[in-house]
Ligand binder design. Structure first.
Ligand code: NAD
Length: 277
């Protein structure tokens, strides 16, 4: 199963498994069990954040699994109140300590917080995390085109990844085109729309699910993979975790892809990065 998950190359020279497991809103007391389940069903890529307050439990699950560290890919993120250059280094070290798994595969600025206007110096500090192999890749999350352009123009360092809200009614076409032009991998958060609208009831999704005898969630996740996105769906149920990884025995046709592409309303269900400050 796990060997079927493709990995996309990153500009750091490493590669990110295209399917991972997110732990947003997984309570610290549940996280070790949930991540152990995810690893058992075959996930090898875990997405956490300092702000999720479950890094230590993610690390504990990884250590308990006995899976070789080099077979795993772990992302964590800089908390929004730690952007100031003097805080960035300390925040990174705290994440390394909390996870206690040797290195971080991908470290992200969680939100640009543009009103504070300190994401550029924060990004400069990120370059230091490659030293000693402490981080293998660096990137951002929730960055809009002007924010990415500033990072590139003012530091000359292009993020490996931009992790953004992305699902069928919010497809991020302009941002994805910018990513493609600059070799930035698009990672979709809320790949299932966070359950905030009736995605699974939409005709295009239901028709494809019936045609392939799979669930609507699997159709949506496969649409992401065929679009080229990395996905990190979250579920606390072992059965859904397994289903969300079981995406490699079928393929959506061009017509099915086009029907899902046509669902785009350019409508967010989460926070606007210009307004999260
Ligand atoms: P998601 O789109 O993954 O949706 C999760 C919801 O879908 C849950 O309610 C879950 O019960 C349900 N679900 C999961 N699998 C299902 C299935 N097979 N059938 C039916 N329902 C199913 O939303 P998310 O958890 O917000 O996003 C995924 C991950 O993205 C997070 O865990 C986190 O790691 C990351 N994330 C990042 C940011 C950011 O700002 N960078 C923001 C939100 C989430």
């Amino acid at each position: 199963m796990t060997s079927a998950v493709p990995a996309l190359p990153l500009n750091s020279g490493t590669a990110i498994p295209q399917v991972g497991f997110g732990v947003f809103k997984v309570a610290p007391e549940d996280t070790q069990r949930v991540v152990e389940d995810a690893l058992e069903v075959g996930y090898r890529h875990i997405d956490t954040a300092t702000g999720y307050e479950n890094e230590a439990e993610v690390g504990a699950a990884i250590r308990a699994s006995g899976i070789a560290r080099e077979k795993l890919f772990v992302t964590t993120k800089l908390r929004n109140d730690h952007h100031k250059a003097q805080d960035v280094e300390r925040a990174f070290d705290r994440s390394l300590d909390a996870l206690d798994i040797g290195h971080i595969d991908l470290y992200l600025i969680h939100w640009p917080m543009p009103a504070n206007d300190v994401f550029v110096p924060a990004w400069r500090a990120f370059g230091g995390f490659f030293e000693g192999g402490r981080a293998k890749a660096i990137g951002v999350s929730n960055f809009l085109v002007p924010h990415l352009q500033r990072l590139i123009d003012e530091t000359g360092v292009t993020p490996a990844v931009n992790q953004v809200e992305l699902h069928p009614i919010f497809q991020q076409r302009e941002l994805r085109a910018f990513h493609a032009e600059h070799g930035i991998v698009t990672e979709a958060w809320g790949p299932l729309g966070q359950g905030k609208y009736d995605l699974f009831g939409m005709d295009a999704i239901q028709t494809a699910a019936a045609a392939h005898d799979v669930s609507p969630a699997q159709v949506v996740l496969l649409w992401h993979l065929q679009t080229g996105n990395v996905i990190i769906p979250k579920s606390s149920s072992r059965e859904r975790m397994a289903a969300n990884l079981d995406l490699f025995g079928f393929e959506l046709t061009a017509d099915e892809m086009a029907a899902i592409d046509a669902l785009d309303e350019n409508r967010r269900v989460g926070g606007d990065p210009n307004e999260v400050n």
